[in-house]
Design a protein around this ligand. Structure first.
Ligand SMILES: CC(=O)Nc1ccn([C@H]2C[C@H](O)[C@@H](CO)O2)c(=O)n1
Length: 104
């Protein structure tokens, strides 16, 4: 995937568009987004564009460092967030917090 594009599962679209979700946690394959850059965001399922985000920061994080603050920024509980991450990334504990702002 290009560094000017990002996909999200469709079920997170409403939270992103409402500003309730302000981070995403990804594996090393998505650690190179540049702070200050804008990315076109599409659904993973059908590649439908639904917004543009500005990347604020990309910060390394180990799975055991996940906190209530990360869960709040994901609009989830901490157990929900841990379950989602374990489901998407079952084979790694080395993660990256990508913080973003909605552009449009
Ligand atoms: C669709 C795709 O390629 N990858 C991902 C990875 C993560 N997310 C969401 C799920 C959680 O809200 C956070 C934490 O991983 O980011 C996603 O929508 N799509």
């Amino acid at each position: 995937m290009s560094l000017s594009e990002m996909t999200f599962f469709e079920r997170f679209e409403a939270d992103i568009l409402s500003g309730k979700k302000t981070i995403t946690i990804r594996d090393a394959s998505e650690k190179d987004y540049a702070p200050g850059s804008c990315v076109q965001v599409s659904t993973f399922e059908d590649n439908r564009r639904f917004c543009q985000l500005r990347i604020d920061s990309v910060t390394a994080l180990e799975f055991e460092q996940l906190s209530e603050r990360h869960a709040e920024q994901e609009n989830m509980t901490l157990p929900q967030l841990k379950a989602v991450i374990r489901d998407i990334y079952p084979n790694t504990d080395s993660l990256y917090v990508v913080a973003f702002q909605l552009v449009n």
